[in-house]
Design a protein around this ligand. Structure first.
Ligand SMILES: Nc1ncnc2c1ncn2[C@@H]1O[C@H](COP(=O)(O)OP(=O)(O)O)[C@@H](O)[C@H]1O
Ligand SMILES: [Mg+2]
Length: 230
């Protein structure tokens, strides 16, 4: 399922998200407007709790807006059912989660293979692609280890490899250096640089200055509103 041909990959109009629990109403996103073009490297910054993860989840079809429009690859996501959305995610989105979200009972290689098995790629192709990805992230010697045997930085690189497995046109990356020390985070930044160089559309939530330096579009979430920086 490859979708749309326009230059705009993500467009949001008057996008709002409200969480309503019994007595408290949290307005996380208020009338967010945004446009991200094919091949663009965009950064969303904002204080902790400002809604960065919520916005990435809505773009990735993991969460739905309360109001407003979210069009990704020409499809209005808020109108789609879960069947469509799981297909959409598998074929179009590479998600690198803030907490990595690796499957603890699967080895590194099995974690990376998972999205390709989900989309029923031939076993031979999967094996070759896993090898290639393990090299890309410099973890070929750790393929048979389990996530708990790896450091945070290594788990983050596995999460990148898994996100890239199906060669998705859009990468959503949530605070990739947030939990890493300076040295380890450099490797992650190099991977982001490569994605930019390869012409992928990339959206990163971060306040890391070194990642902001790569941005072609800088967006700031403040009090639920998204403002463009410079
Ligand atoms: N399921 C939920 N129910 C209620 N509030 C939520 C829920 N998920 C997130 N929030 C709230 O939404 C706000 C934005 O969260 P989040 O998108 O995770 O921010 P960020 O990623 O910028 O730190 C926070 O105040 C958070 O507590
Ligand atoms: Mg977050």
């Amino acid at each position: 399922m490859k979708m749309g041909k326009g230059k705009t990959v993500v467009s949001a109009a008057f996008l709002s998200k409200t969480y309503q629990t019994s007595d408290i109403k949290v307005e996380v996103l208020k009338d967010v407007n945004l446009k991200i073009e094919k091949g663009e490297f965009a950064v969303i910054c904002g204080a902790s709790g400002s809604g960065k993860t919520t916005l990435l989840n809505i773009i990735g079809g993991i969460d739905k807006p309360t109001r407003g429009e979210i069009i990704v690859f020409g499809e209005e996501l808020s109108l789609k059912d879960e069947d469509f959305l799981s297909d959409y995610r598998c074929n179009n989105i590479g998600f690198v989660f803030q907490a990595y979200n690796l499957v603890s009972t699967l080895t590194v290689a099995e974690n990376v293979a998972f999205p390709m098995e989900w989309t029923r790629k031939p076993a031979d192709n999967i094996r070759k692609r896993v090898e290639e990805l393990m090299e890309t992230v410099g973890l070929e010697h750790r393929a048979d280890h389990f996530p708990f045997q790896l450091s945070g930085g290594e788990q983050q690189r596995v999460a990148f490899a898994r996100a890239l497995a199906n060669d998705p046109p859009l990468l959503l990356v949530d605070e990739p250096t947030g939990n890493l020390d300076t040295k380890t985070s450099l490797k992650v930044i190099q991977m982001l640089q490569k994605l930019k160089h390869d012409g992928k559309t990339v959206i990163v939530a971060t306040h890391d200055e070194r990642i902001l330096a790569l941005a072609e579009q800088k967006l700031l979430l403040e009090d639920g509103r998204l403002v463009s920086l410079e």
